[in-house]
Design a protein around this ligand. Structure first.
Ligand SMILES: [Mg+2]
Length: 241
């Protein structure tokens, strides 16, 4: 079997520069955090499922098909404020429909091997335990990660909490974060969370985690400080002894 191998976390000696807080665990979001999809790619990747989701609301609520464009735009706008699953439910959709449609989206066709990310994970992995906490399904994440990390997705197979693993709720609901902390057995005070969605970062902070936003496309007008432009920028904000 080929592919990169990441070291075990042996020396827990990572601190946040700003507060000198020790960090023993890092929790990454997956979509648009561990890989980047520009607006065009995101549209190709997600448009079909978003169309399906909006049509399900129209069908189940017996709305006129003419409201499609308006509802689709409203879903995008609301999701940027409160997160995708919450926005879908707020617009009258069912959470079960949301998860089953989202689970069918394959990202493997849209991602590529990322050597910069592989070397970042190598640097971090010997100093902290790394996890993934995602609203996507386990299968689609592992399939895409195997491409991004050159067949090293198995590094995350025990430290991945995907949407279909969660029993209580979905991000950005605080109950999903409590489940994640419990499943990974984490102390929020020594855990760093990284995500590209502001509502998800805000919930992490409200649950006591340290959290950084990644905003590659400058989509937020007043992003919190610090906001990273890529996962690699993380190295500017932490010290590794
Ligand atoms: Mg994301």
């Amino acid at each position: 079997m080929t592919g990169v191998r990441f070291p075990p976390a042996l020396h827990m000696s990572l601190t946040l520069k700003s507060t000198n807080s020790p960090i023993t665990n890092i929790v990454f979001d997956f979509d648009n955090t561990l890989y980047y999809a520009d607006a065009d790619t995101q549209t190709k990747m997600w448009h079909q499922s978003r169309t399906k989701l909006v049509n399900l609301i129209i069908e189940k609520q017996h709305l006129s098909p003419t409201v499609f464009d308006q509802l689709y735009a409203k879903l995008l706008e609301t999701a940027s404020q409160i997160g995708w699953s919450t926005a879908y439910v707020k617009l009258g959709g069912e959470l079960n429909d949301y998860t089953s449609v989202i689970h069918q989206v394959s990202k493997a066709d849209f991602v590529q091997s990322d050597h910069k990310l592989q070397s970042l994970i190598c640097s971090l992995a010997s100093h902290a335990k790394l996890h993934i906490f995602t609203g996507s399904s386990r299968h689609t994440v592992l399939e895409a990660l195997d491409i991004i990390l050159d067949q090293a997705a198995s590094y995350f197979s025990d430290t991945l909490l995907a949407s279909d693993d969660m029993c209580l709720a979905q991000k950005p609901d605080p109950a999903a974060y409590q489940e994640m902390l419990s499943v990974f057995n984490l102390n929020p005070a020594t855990t760093l969370f990284i995500d590209d969605q502001l509502p998800e970062v805000n919930t992490a902070q409200s649950c006591g985690l340290h959290a950084f936003l990644i905003d590659r496309d400058h989509q937020y007008l007043n992003p919190p400080s610090p906001t990273l432009s890529s996962p690699n920028q993380l190295l500017e904000f932490i010290s590794i002894e």
